[in-house]
Write a new protein. Sequence first.
Length: 92
Amino acid sequence: MVKTATRSVELEPIDRLEEKLKLLVGMVERMKSEQARAAEENQRLSRELESMRARLAASEMLAGELSSLKQERDVIRTRVTDMLEQLEALSL
């Protein structure tokens, strides 16, 4: 009887250690899973960022082109106005 009681007392620390190890293994597995999800999210966000940068570059190029077209329109408007004034002067 004494041997049985002694054995169970000696096994308690080992059982606690086993439980702690199981909890630790579970925690490590969760952390690996979370790290994998974070890496996937990081890749997705990187792709999205590159897409947004490309769209921004295209938008900036279009804005420059629009500005150039507006300047050209103003030049043409001025020239047409000058030609109309010259035509009016000839008619008088």
